[in-house]
Design a binder for this molecule. Structure first.
Ligand code: NAD
Length: 483
């Protein structure tokens, strides 16, 4: 089945693009073209931003009562829920995400997020009054939507990461121009159909297509008020430079190289089982993966054996099979990159304990076997650089303090895990790790709590009430007492 679209979703309706070039999307598992859509040009971006500007400045979205916006968001969620299976299948067809994960994260996830932010829109007070500290009156502190949002999303979790931005932005009263990744642009057309069915006021949500150049043009557009980006640290730095020059607020969710600290009291076999998702979810193409496994020297070989057995036991296969745990990587470039890191690891002197090659029996699809390296030093490149594939490095530590020091000795700080049979000890260690989020005995995002990074993993937070605040600005109105 192939999916083709002739128009772009701008101003609440389908519009023919200004240019005639197209984006072809490939299946990561079959390497075949699975669909194509128009490639936007700058004039399409101008039209999309102008539409979003109009809906913001004209008040057709920004001035609605929060409860009315919440009703729209719930209708949007209903329309998306009907398309949940279609979305999951489309994501799997594009990026090769195992279908069981796609159903949960990409099919159902965006629906849940819309409902969560609909509720927050309803319950978050827009104004509060404070007695002025100087005693001369009252200050009304208003939370107002920040304006037109440029949202840029990556290919690894295209539907949910777009919704990390769209849901809180719309709940806050902002309007949005989304630019998905060209590798996974097709599911955003399903999103547009849901927006139309939900009757979102025209111009509230706009979607443009394209790669780096269109993204750069959107980020720097004079009528954009805020940028929300998820992607690589390199692109994030470039976007931050542009936003710095323009003094434009920006949220950046970037890369990671998180640590799994296996404490000496951990149940090693259940930790290894948990690492199948905490370290290798979506074939390792998840930003918060615990890819550095820190093992106590006293139990080092047990940990290496357990992690090796776990990785070797994962079912690699067709992402549409419910039993598949590891599918292909997104494209040939990414597989080349992962394979080059496997060579680097061997050249650095790390010991390959499983994987390291393409799995047998696949003549199509960008597959790499789950791979584990032992005897890794934290200074090796495979321990410092984000690989973004199914490659783990097991590093020995001497003491709990040493484990924390190694976990913190990274340019990144996005996720991480602690594995222990003592929850209090786990919490104590977790408090010492410099990171934006951390799991004890596994890792799963909680949409009600903030997620984001420190250091090279990004700026700002998404999810939770904090994710809503990212789309609000405050205004203080000083009211003087009258005699
Ligand atoms: P990428 O940076 O290449 O692209 C991300 C998006 O930004 C795409 O839509 C792309 O077209 C666009 N883009 C790229 N350069 C741009 C620029 N200079 N200006 C404007 N737009 C630009 O990332 P990717 O390869 O799609 O995704 C993988 C990366 O994303 C990994 O590094 C991963 O760790 C990171 N990621 C982070 C999180 C998080 O929440 N922290 C989540 C998922 C992925």
């Amino acid at each position: 089945m192939s999916f083709h679209h002739e128009q772009l979703f701008i101003g609440g309706a389908w519009k023919y693009p200004v240019g005639s070039e197209r984006i072809e999307v490939f299946s990561a598992s079959t390497e075949e073209v699975v669909g194509s859509v128009p490639l936007a040009v700058n004039a399409d971006v101008d039209a999309a931003v102008a539409a979003a500007r109009q809906a913001f400045d004209g008040g057709s979205w920004s001035s609605l009562e929060p409860g009315v916006r919440a009703d729209y968001l719930n209708r949007f969620a209903d329309a998306l829920a009907k398309r949940s299976e279609e979305t999951a299948q489309m994501v799997t067809r594009q990026n090769g995400m195992p279908i069981t994960l796609a159903r949960m994260a990409e099919g159902d996830g965006p629906v849940g997020l819309l409902r969560y932010y609909a509720e927050l829109a309803r319950t978050t007070e827009a104004e509060e009054s404070r007695r002025s500290i100087g005693g001369y009156g009252t200050t009304v502190v208003r939370r107002e939507p920040i304006g037109v949002v440029a949202a840029i999303s990556p290919w690894n979790y295209p539907a949910i990461l777009a919704m990390f931005k769209i849901a809180p932005a719309l709940a806050a009263g902002c309007t949005v121009v989304l630019k998905p990744s060209p590798e996974t642009v097709l599911d955003s057309f399903i999103l547009a159909e849901a927006a139309i069915e939900a009757g979102l006021p025209a111009e509230t949500l706009n979607i443009i297509t394209g790669g780096v150049e269109i993204g750069q043009y959107l980020v720097a557009h004079p009528d954009v008020d805020k940028v929300a980006f998820t992607g690589s640290t390199a692109a994030g730095r470039q976007i931050a430079r542009t936003c710095g020059e323009l003094l434009r607020p920006v949220t950046l969710e970037l890369g990671g190289k998180s640590a799994a600290i296996i404490l000496d009291d951990a149940d090693i076999s259940s930790a290894a089982k948990g690492l199948a998702t905490a370290s290798l979810l979506n074939s390792g193409q998840t930003c918060y993966m615990s890819t550095r496994i820190l093992a106590p020297r006293s139990h080092y070989s047990e940990v290496v054996d357990a992690v090796t057995a776990m990785a070797a036991g994962l079912t690699v296969g067709d992402p549409f099979e419910a039993s598949t745990a590891v599918g292909p990587l997104i494209n040939q470039r990414q597989r080349d990159r992962v394979e080059s890191y496997i060579e680097v690891g061997q050249a650095e002197g790390a010991r390959l304990t499983t994987g390291g090659a393409r799995p047998a029996g696949f003549d199509r699809g960008w597959y790499v076997q789950p791979t584990v390296f032992a005897e890794v030093d934290n200074n090796f490149r495979i321990a410092r650089e984000e690989i973004f594939g199914p490659v783990l490095a097991v590093i020995a530590y001497e003491s709990e303090a040493d484990a924390v020091a190694i976990a913190n000795d990274s340019d990144y700080g996005l996720g991480g895990t602690v594995w222990t049979t003592d929850p209090d000890r786990g919490l104590n260690v977790a408090r010492k790790v410099r990171t934006g989020s951390l799991g004890i005995n596994n890792f799963a995002l909680d949409i009600g709590s903030p997620f984001g990074g420190v250091k090279a993993s990004g700026l700002g937070r998404e999810l939770g009430p904090e994710g809503l605040s990212a789309y609000l600005t405050t205004k203080s109105i000083y009211q003087f007492d009258t005699e």
